[in-house]
Design a protein around this ligand. Structure first.
Ligand code: ARG
Length: 458
């Protein structure tokens, strides 16, 4: 018999039980469901809505059930539909009529809203810790590479020299924003919906603030219809996770490029790469590729959630049961990607010489050469044109700019003198860019210091 079976004359068709049931995927919220029920039962007793001794028996039995689940002693049933009814059924099977008092003043609609909020709260904290570990690794790599020069790119064309530290700290900023977004999202998740009932709250004098306090919520929801009909928080979280994955995916793309023979800027550790079943020479960046690929899954979850919610009339509709697989998959995917990605970059070998060679090769000091002429009194636009011609000459003669001899230099402009070699050296190109936010060592060291301060204050 179903817990809601009273008004039914026939039992549910087996196919409907299977179709309707969410226990396959919502059983993972067993702990949140039980802790929520314990707080609810405690409050019902305290407010004299149910007898105090019943409240205590319910609470103690729920604790036993939690223990038994954790020890693997409990099997959930498909025809008990979801985690909420499974646990209530087990409770009633253990303490009979007393257990039947638990659901007083509550609906599965506010119960499920509570459980997801509690579940996602915990997940956000775990994900944040994983991002912090990644951020620390980025800082470690940056500290090792304050003087490692490589070309910075625009349009994937070598542009100006930067340092690998600066490049790593660019990603630090992206993941910092991801942490900030998760913090903000957490605030909107940490609001307690119980007391909203099915849709119109309840006539029982529940103490909603007590339940909120028991369960560590900052606030209570302010509209019962909204509280049971809202999944914005799950969408918001999945959107934060999509941005996070977008950052990981861009980083993965660079790792893949850098580890190619064509770039050869890094070598992945054997433990974080894979081979080919046919080509013996291959060492593939599968981890980075999978992270890039899994980004699509998380975006897919975001689209699922937005689409599930887009036409639902207020308040709860069963469509909303579809929220869980999507948001859980997004959370699981991110939690799978972050630690292995962090390990992969922590163990990769940075090929400093190759990076330097690439920076030397691509006329990355052409802007500095133009700036040199500006310092000698030539307007920037004219300098730009002269250096454009100089680059063309270099290409034709297979030389880097700093490989021109002084008479070649002078053929482009008589103001060019011996000091040019020093002025357009790669190290000068980098060290000269010492504005806040620039790639010069002192600027990056400041960024690292700020970054460490941010991490210590989370
Ligand atoms: N399993 C349901 C869900 O995840 C719980 C709420 C069901 N409420 C209802 N009135 N059928 O959405």
């Amino acid at each position: 018999m179903k817990l809601w079976g009273g008004r039914f004359e026939k039992s549910t068709d087996k196919s409907v039980d299977d179709f309707n049931s969410s226990i396959r995927f919502d059983s993972r919220m067993y702990k949140q469901d039980i802790l929520g029920s314990i707080a609810h039962a405690k409050m019902l007793g305290k407010c004299n809505i149910i007898p105090e001794e019943d409240s205590i028996l319910i609470q103690n039995t729920l604790k036993e059930i939690l223990n038994d689940i954790e020890e693997g002693k409990v099997e959930f049933e498909i025809d008990a539909e979801d985690i909420h009814m499974n646990i209530e059924k087990i409770l009633i099977s253990r303490i009979g009529d007393v257990g039947k008092r638990l659901h007083t003043g509550r609906s599965r609609n506010d119960q499920v809203a509570l459980d997801i909020r509690m579940y996602l709260r915990d997940e956000i904290i775990e994900i944040k810790n994983m991002i912090v570990a990644l951020e620390k690794t980025l800082i470690d790599i940056a500290k090792e590479n304050l003087d490692t020069i490589l070309p910075g790119y625009t349009h994937l064309q070598r542009a100006q020299p930067i340092t690998f530290a600066h490049h790593m700290m660019a990603y630090f900023q992206m993941f910092k924003r991801d942490i900030e977004r998760l913090n903000d999202c957490y605030k909107r998740i940490n609001i307690m919906p119980l007391g909203s009932g099915a849709l119109a709250s309840t006539t029982y004098p529940l103490d909603r603030y007590m339940v909120a306090k028991e369960l560590g919520f900052d606030e209570i929801t302010e509209n019962s219809l909204d509280a049971v009909g809202d999944r914005d928080f799950a969408i918001e979280l999945t959107s934060c996770l999509s941005l996070l994955m977008m950052h990981l995916s861009r980083f993965s793309e660079e790792i893949i490029l850098w580890s190619s023979h064509e770039f050869s800027f890094i070598e992945l550790d054997d433990a974080y790469s894979t081979g080919s079943s046919i080509m013996p020479q291959k060492k593939n960046p599968d981890v980075a590729e999978l992270v890039r690929g899994k980004t699509g899954r998380v975006y897919g979850s975001l689209m699922t959630l937005l689409t599930v919610m887009k036409s639902l009339p207020l308040a709860y509709n069963k469509d909303m049961q579809e929220d869980k697989e999507a948001v859980f998959d997004a959370v699981d995917t991110v939690k799978m990607c972050l630690p292995v990605f962090t390990k992969m970059i922590e163990t990769m070998k940075v090929k400093k010489d190759e990076m330097y060679k690439a920076a030397q090769g691509g006329f990355t000091n052409a802007t500095d050469m133009a700036d040199y002429l500006v310092k000698k009194g030539i307007p920037f636009r004219s300098a730009h044109e002269i250096i454009g011609k100089m680059v063309l000459y270099c290409i034709e003669n297979n030389k880097a700019i700093d490989e021109l001899n002084i008479s070649e230099f002078k053929s482009f402009h008589e103001n060019i003198e011996e000091d040019v070699y020093e002025e357009i050296s790669l190290s000068k190109c980098v060290s000269g860019r010492n504005l806040p936010g620039g790639p010069a060592k002192e600027s990056v060291m400041k960024a690292i210091e700020n970054g460490m301060k941010f991490l210590s204050e989370i």
